[in-house]
Design a protein around this ligand. Structure first.
Ligand SMILES: Nc1nc2c(ncn2[C@@H]2O[C@H](COP(=O)(O)OP(=O)(O)OP(=O)(O)O)[C@@H](O)[C@H]2O)c(=O)[nH]1
Ligand SMILES: [Mg+2]
Length: 189
């Protein structure tokens, strides 16, 4: 009898999934922050439409974009990184399922500023517990910092009370984009 109900349920689930794919859909709201020209908008363009371009206009304030990947909908706040916009990062990170902090791993002179801005952002009590993914972008560039160097430079080991991950990647070559998407899928609900 139990197996009859179990196969009935399986059949029913299959029908619902076929008729209404959105029935099983999940979503995650994420905020993408980091210094200017680190590759935040490129990241959103590449995961949103596979579109890579050398010519991206610097973001003014923010862009909002919905991206569908399989049965997951990502609601993405792509926030501007120029100094005058950094004070608004907190507002866009408040209440999201994950914060993505993008770093240009080829531009080591900016690591100190990136570390300062990241720790400043995470010090807001409103953001405590929000999972963090640091992306060392532009790993196609010669001499880029690998993950262990980035972890050290950004003092990621000092971040407490939240899950922290750090991946090296490239929007240009799309290297490691698959594990970034996997990480995001893990934050969806
Ligand atoms: N070589 C290389 N260049 C990249 C990569 N990702 C982005 N870029 C380039 O870096 C520049 C800045 O990229 P954006 O995506 O506009 O950077 P952003 O972080 O959105 O900048 P703001 O909006 O000003 O905060 C562009 O010229 C991109 O083509 C990458 O993986 N490799
Ligand atoms: Mg941008």
């Amino acid at each position: 009898m139990a197996s009859f109900f179990s196969s009935l349920f399986q059949w029913f689930s299959g029908q619902v999934a076929r008729v209404h794919p959105l029935f099983f859909s999940k979503q995650a709201e994420i905020s993408v922050v980091g210094l200017q020209a680190s590759g935040k908008t490129s990241f959103v363009n590449v995961i949103g439409s596979g579109q890579w371009s050398e010519e991206v206009v610097p973001t003014v304030a923010f862009n909002f974009r919905k991206v569908h990947r399989g049965n997951i909908t990502l609601k993405i706040w792509d926030v501007a990184g120029q100094p005058r916009y950094r004070s608004i990062w907190e507002r866009y990170c408040n209440g999201v399922d994950a914060i993505i902090f993008v770093v240009d791993s080829g531009d080591k002179e900016k690591f100190d500023t990136a570390r300062f801005e990241l720790h400043q952002l995470l010090s807001h009590p409103s953001l405590s517990g929000v999972p963090l993914l640091v992306l060392g972008n532009k790993n196609d560039l010669e001499g880029h910092a690998p993950v262990d160097e980035l972890i050290k430079a950004l003092q990621l080991d000092k971040i407490q009370n939240r899950p922290v991950s750090c991946y090296s990647c490239s929007m240009k070559s799309q290297h490691n984009l698959d594990i970034v998407l996997q990480w995001l899928a893990g934050r969806s609900h």
